[in-house]
Design a protein. Structure first.
Length: 349
């Protein structure tokens, strides 16, 4: 079943608050929350090997426009490393939080993101997905995800929101720079716990990255390399995270939903085989991931039929569709919520 874009009515009520406990017992009995050390050892090793190979190729090619191909390669690789950071942030890789945090800081440093900033933002998203005012993932200045948000737009952001369906993918070209900038601002303001550690890690990242690019490449090639790499990395990241919630029911007021329904009704899965699992870093199992954030990525595929049947038995809508179809839902939702801004007599910002 695919759930179409909608706003959830304030009078939505739960029928049972014990369902999640029942589901948890099923998941635990199948061993789906057990660590997958061998899987992550292979996954991390292959990813680091690919990173080393990319760096060697970059050095060997030298000052050549063929480096734009390596820029595309690094865009994909940075996303895969970011996915590992996501897994570490959810304690999926190691048993202890300290070990996972160490891995998370390392992965964040490789791609130039603040792990501490992302953890704070992502934790708030998981606590209240698609809840206006509480979920930072639907609080993006250039876009509107509810009619209430679109009504409050003024000036330039009103224009971007007005045309947001058409601008959505082009704007993702800036997502990589946005991630870098948010981390730098968090470190500068001291909004994160390990401020000095992250300052050193980010400084090391940008020093090595920019130093290598401008040492090996001439200025025109260097600028093109950075534009292609950062732009495509941003598109990849945005296209991986957006399908899971955008266009799903949005809460605009306080709700009294139980945990199970709050997570399932606001999330969408994406159908596909192992290639989709790899491409989206397991985020295609958004429902299972939100219900069991610490479940290792490799176990999500096994959990999916169990969770879907459990929801069907209790009459809970379980949204799932193909990859291209989910983008059509995202764009349709963006177009619909910005409709008032396109009305002929809409008040100017």
């Amino acid at each position: 079943m695919v759930t179409s874009p909608a706003n959830v009515d304030e009078d939505t009520h739960t029928t049972s608050r014990n369902d999640f406990g029942d589901l948890m017992r099923l998941v635990r009995s199948d061993g789906l929350l057990d660590r997958r050390y061998r899987y992550y050892a292979v996954k991390i090793s292959l990813t680091l090997l690919a990173l080393a190979a990319g760096c060697v190729a970059f050095a060997v090619l030298g000052d050549s426009w063929w480096q734009l191909i390596t820029a595309v390669f690094f865009a994909v690789l940075f996303a895969q490393i970011a996915f590992l950071g996501h897994d570490a942030g959810h304690n999926q890789i190691f048993r202890t939080g300290r070990a996972n945090d160490r891995a998370g800081y390392a992965f964040g440093a490789v791609v130039g993101m603040s792990y501490g900033w992302w953890m704070g933002k992502h934790s708030r998203h998981h606590a209240n997905p698609n809840h206006e005012g509480d979920d930072p993932d639907i609080d993006i200045p250039l876009l509107a995800f509810t009619r209430r948000q679109s009504a409050g737009k003024r000036g330039f952001v009103r224009w971007t929101s007005k045309h947001q369906a058409a601008l959505f993918f082009p704007l993702l070209l800036l997502e990589g720079l946005s991630l870098h900038g948010a981390g730098i601002r968090a470190v500068w303001r001291g909004d994160i716990k390990a401020r000095w550690l992250e300052a050193v890690l980010l400084a090391a990242h940008f020093g090595i990255y920019l130093g290598a690019v401008f040492t090996v490449l001439s200025l025109p090639v260097a600028v093109a390399f950075i534009a292609v790499h950062q732009g495509l990395w941003g598109v990849y990241m945005g296209c991986s995270f957006a399908p899971g919630h955008k266009g799903m029911p949005t809460f605009t007021d306080r709700k009294k939903l139980d945990f199970l329904r709050k997570q399932v009704l606001t999330s969408r899965n994406i159908r596909g085989g192992p290639w989709v699992d790899f491409t989206l870093g397991g985020l295609n199992y958004q429902i299972e991931h939100h219900l069991f954030p610490s479940m290792p990525r490799a176990n999500l595929r096994r959990a999916q039929p169990l969770v879907r049947q459990f929801c069907a038995d209790r009459g809970i809508d379980y949204a799932q569709c193909g990859l291209l179809k989910t983008y059509s839902y995202v764009l349709r939702h963006l177009h619909d919520v910005s409709a008032p801004l396109r009305e002929k007599h809409a008040p100017a910002g």
